[in-house]
Design a protein around this ligand. Structure first.
Ligand SMILES: [Zn+2]
Length: 208
């Protein structure tokens, strides 16, 4: 395979990037000068070296050269320990934080469950979520908020989680809620504006 095609293929693996956009990215990079490209590859290498997953919420964060195991949000002891929000991806945490309507803690599933998936527990961090919930009950957890995309896969994931967490929730008297209908159907959380997320949060409803 020639190097340009290879580069285009690499970009085509990026989330949300189609073949046309992959092509544009590849040609954009190839028309930069050598110094710019060097900066780019160095930034990438450095990020990869200093970035790790938080051991509490599992989102990626930069620990610099320290041995920090918790991201800034999980390390913040002033947040509300009665709330745990479950999101699909790292970027969703950023979107919710921008809305400044939430002061609890997060858990990143690392994906969603496709409707016909036969091994749903392998697509998301279900075991880690269960451990996180158990740990949080010791610190006053009262509510788990499922903040998933309002599309069929997001709904399916929500149902799967509600079902899977049912025994734990019952045992510890926790409630599970879903984002309110402030978000219109088909909406992806990461593309929602801060006000919409804030409204969806204040209009959240119990999961059935
Ligand atoms: Zn964290």
């Amino acid at each position: 395979m020639d190097p340009i095609t290879k580069l285009i293929e690499e970009f085509a693996h990026f989330p949300g990037v189609g073949p046309r956009q992959a092509r544009r990215f590849a040609y954009y990079l190839l028309t930069r000068n050598a110094d710019t490209l060097k900066e780019f590859t160095e930034a990438l290498a450095k990020a990869k070296k200093t970035v790790g997953a938080c051991i509490s919420c599992y989102r990626l964060f930069s620990s610099g050269n320290t041995k920090t195991t918790h991201c800034m949000l999980c390390a913040d002891t002033h947040r509300d320990t009665s709330l745990l929000m479950v999101v699909a991806h790292d970027v969703d945490v950023e979107s919710v934080e921008k809305s400044s309507g939430y002061r609890g803690y997060y858990f990143v599933l690392g994906g969603t469950v496709p409707i016909l998936e036969t091994k749903p527990e392998e697509r998301i961090r279900l075991k880690k979520l269960s451990s996180r919930v158990k740990e949080a009950t010791g610190k006053g957890l009262k509510e788990i908020i499922l903040a998933l995309d309002l599309n069929p896969e997001g709904e399916h994931t929500g149902n799967f989680l509600t079902h899977s967490l049912a025994p734990l929730v019952k045992e510890h008297g926790i409630k599970i809620s879903l984002l309110g209908r402030g978000l219109s159907t088909g909406t992806e959380l990461q593309y929602s504006d801060p006000d919409t997320i804030k409204n969806a949060l204040s209009n959240r409803a119990p999961a059935k």
